[in-house]
Structure formats: structure tokens, C-alpha cells
Design a protein around this ligand. Structure first.
Ligand SMILES: Cc1cc2nc3c(=O)[nH]c(=O)nc-3n(C[C@H](O)[C@H](O)[C@H](O)COP(=O)(O)OP(=O)(O)OC[C@H]3O[C@@H](n4cnc5c(N)ncnc54)[C@H](O)[C@@H]3O)c2cc1C
Length: 362
């Protein structure tokens, strides 16, 4: 609970400062420039691909590590709950919103740089040999080909859309990020979730991740530290804020890169309900060889609805918003699907989607 009263709502305008007065103790802990950028009672439906979610008490779009440090110091001091949101493509926010601060790392904090091995070494204060040693430790999974003797590094800021990094690589004939061409999250969100598709994943290409802990201390984590696991990461478990990722790619055959990208795009268009709001796959695979979509389909649940939330007819592991679904509709449908799959298969499905806010009694 807050130790300070909630401010009254103010009209929010995208460009004008929205902070009025200084009736809130914790806001006074922020430098003036940051205070003016705090939005109050921000509807989270505007920041999630599900297009649902009530107001966040406070919403701040970060632009830098310094911004995050100021926010962290202020919220720590008064124990205001804080959650990071990227592009909101893997979250369900409660209809009642979030009592606390949403630290958004998205459109206001983007950028991609192409560096060589010496430049990366300099950036992170490491030797080129250490970078080469780290490359050996990168989990390549079933991704074809090796990195060769001339790896290229793409340094992406956490708010950058992952698809932009994939497009940046493609435009320069760099291979290794084709799998990411249709994943609608941010670089930070993708690292947190170890996003992946079609045999590729973040852990196969993220050589270094930069993150902040809740004390505002900056960490550099190499692939050798094994920070990633299936649709999760050490950063997620530790509540860390991912600020930057160094992807390693390699010069490739332009025709092969193009055809892989096209193939993945076509497969996605064919199999996923991309015309309706969703947050991608709802449940994780219980095991590597255990596909959730067919299980849900075999239970006869395709098309099942709670309010305007529906188990997609196209892909049973997607729950789509077919109109004016509430977060409660979606949450209740998720619970129903989970129950039916358990009854039929004895499998306990774990959601991949992150739930934000209070869902009790909804
Ligand atoms: C149509 C569709 C298709 C999809 N296909 C795929 C797919 O093929 N493969 C796949 O893996 N996923 C897929 N997803 C899910 C989603 O796009 C990914 O999980 C993505 O990586 C989430 O990124 P985000 O920025 O949207 O994260 P958000 O939804 O904003 O957040 C997800 C989690 O990460 C945390 N977070 C976000 N950014 C940061 C940060 N910088 N630092 C710390 N924590 C952070 C949040 O607190 C939350 O816990 C799909 C989603 C949709 C809507």
C-alpha cells in the first residue's frame, strides 16, 4: 500500500506536461524534468496488444539508464509497487489497472548500432579475446551455420521493437535474426521472455545483456552466464530491468535470409489470428515435445467464448479479443481452458502471458 494519497486524475495530453501540483510526496523526489513526464491514471489498454487493461496510477516512459535510476530511487524510498512494461505484447493488465508505477521501456528508448568485435570490447570494457571466448559459449540450439571468424554485433536499446532489429540485420545481409521477424515485442521484453520462434530464440543470438537491478546497479551478463531458459530468464526472476542487448549475427547469403524470413512470415500468417488483438501464445509448452495448441483443440475448445474473449478458431493456444473483451473475460477463459486440459490430459498448463494488477474477484 502507498504511504501517500493518490492524486486526483488530470486530463492527459500526449505532448503537454500532465503533472499538476506537487501533492504527492514521492513525485517530489524526482527531478523536475522527470516529474513532468509522469502520466497519471494512464489507461493500460493503450499500451497492450490485447487492448484491455484499466489505469495505471503512474506511467513513465523511460529514455535512459539515468531515468530508470531516478525512478528506482524514488519508488524504493516510498515502496511504491513498480512493474516494467515493454510493448505490452505478452501481458494481460487487470480491468482495475495497476496500483503503482508502470515503467515503460518502449518507443521513447530505441536505437540500433552495428559494431565490430573491437568496438564491442571497448564498449563493455572487455578484451576482444574475452568476447571471442563468450561467443564459444553462446547456445546455438538448432540454428544452422556457425558464426565464422567475422561476427557482427548489433547493439539494440531495450525499447527497440525486435522486428526492427531483424529488419536492420536483413537490410545489411546479416543472418541470425530471421526467426524474430514476426515477434511484436521490444528487445527488453524479448530478453526477459527469451522469445523465440521457428527454431530460433533470443538465447541463440544475445551475446550480452545489460540490466539494472532494483538498486540501480548496472550489470553486464554474457551468454556464458546462461541467463536464459525456456520463455523465461534470470532477469525476469531477479526483477531486473533490461536496458540493452548485444546480438551477434554474421554475414549471410541475402537470398537465404530473404527466403527464411518469407517462409516464417507465411507460416505465421497461415497459423495465427493476426487480425485480432491477442498476446500471442497463452500457455507455455509443458515439455519440449508437447504442443499446447493441438491439446486444446482436441478438447474441443476452439471457438469457446467468455464474453468477447475467444479461443481462436485458427490457433487454439491463442485467446483473442473479438470485440470488447475485458481482462476478466480473458483471465476466466484462460482458467477454463487450463481446467479442461487438466481434466482431459492431466497436464498442468502454465501461462506464458504475464498478469499485471489485481485479478481477485473479477
Ligand atoms: C501476435 C503475437 C505473436 C507473438 N509471437 C511470439 C513468438 O513467436 N514467440 C514468442 O516468444 N513470443 C511471441 N509473442 C509474445 C511477445 O511478443 C513476446 O513475449 C515479446 O518478447 C514480449 O515483449 P514486450 O516488449 O511486448 O513485453 P511486455 O508484454 O511489455 O512484457 C512482458 C514481460 O517482460 C517484462 N519486461 C518487458 N520489458 C522489460 C524490460 N526492458 N526490462 C525488464 N522487464 C521487462 C514485463 O514486466 C513482463 O513481465 C507474440 C505476441 C503476439 C501478440
Amino acid at each position: 500500500e502507498f504511504s501517500v494519497a493518490r492524486p486526483t486524475a488530470v486530463e492527459t495530453a500526449p505532448v503537454e506536461p500532465v503533472f499538476e501540483g506537487n501533492n504527492d510526496i514521492w513525485l517530489e523526489k524526482l527531478p523536475l524534468e522527470l516529474r513532468y513526464r509522469i502520466r497519471i491514471d494512464e489507461p493500460m489498454s493503450a499500451h497492450t496488444t490485447y487492448k484491455v487493461g484499466g489505469p495505471a496510477d503512474y506511467f513513465f516512459a523511460a529514455r535512459s539508464v539515468d531515468d530508470c535510476r531516478h525512478i528506482l530511487a524514488a519508488v524504493e524510498a516510498v515502496e511504491i509497487p513498480m512493474i516494467v512494461a515493454g510493448l505490452g505484447s505478452n501481458m494481460l493488465v487487470s480491468d482495475r489497472g495497476f496500483r503503482g508505477l508502470i515503467l515503460n521501456i518502449g518507443a521513447d528508448w530505441t536505437g540500433i548500432e552495428k559494431l565490430n568485435i573491437e568496438q564491442v570490447a571497448k564498449r563493455y570494457g572487455l578484451s576482444a579475446d574475452k568476447i571471442r571466448a563468450e561467443l564459444e559459449l553462446l547456445g546455438r540450439g538448432d540454428y544452422p551455420g556457425d558464426l565464422g571468424s567475422d561476427p557482427v554485433f548489433l547493439i539494440a536499446q531495450a525499447g527497440t521493437p525486435l522486428v526492427d532489429v531483424a529488419a536492420f540485420a536483413r537490410a545489411r545481409d546479416l543472418a541470425g535474426l530471421e526467426f524474430a521477424c514476426g515477434i511484436p515485442g521490444s528487445v527488453g521484453g524479448a530478453a526477459i521472455m527469451n522469445a523465440g520462434a521457428y527454431g530460433g530464440s533470443i538465447e541463440q543470438t544475445a551475446l550480452f545483456s545489460v540490466s539494472l537491478n532494483r538498486k540501480g546497479e548496472l550489470y553486464l551478463t554474457g551468454a556464458g552466464d546462461r541467463p536464459f531458459s525456456y520463455r523465461s530468464s534470470h532477469f525476469k526472476n531477479a526483477g531486473a530491468i533490461v536496458t540493452e542487448v548485444a546480438f551477434v549475427v554474421r554475414p549471410g547469403d541475402p537470398e537465404l535470409i530473404r527466403s527464411r524470413t518469407e517462409n516464417f512470415t507465411q507460416r505465421r500468417n497461415r497459423s495465427q489470428p493476426l487480425d485480432l488483438p491477442s498476446a500471442g501464445s497463452v500457455f507455455k509448452r509443458p515439455r519440449n515435445d508437447c504442443y499446447v495448441g493441438p491439446m486444446i483443440d482436441n478438447c474441443g475448445l476452439k471457438g469457446l467464448r467468455v464474453g468477447d474473449a475467444q479461443v481462436s478458431e485458427k490457433h487454439a493456444n491463442f485467446i483473442v479479443n473479438v470485440g470488447a473483451a475485458t481482462a476478466a473475460d480473458i483471465r476466466n477463459l484462460i482458467a477454463l481452458v487450463k481446467k479442461r486440459v487438466f481434466e482431459e490430459y492431466g497436464e498442468v498448463l502454465e501461462p506464458e502471458i504475464c498478469f499485471i494488477g489485481d485479478f481477485d474477484a473479477e
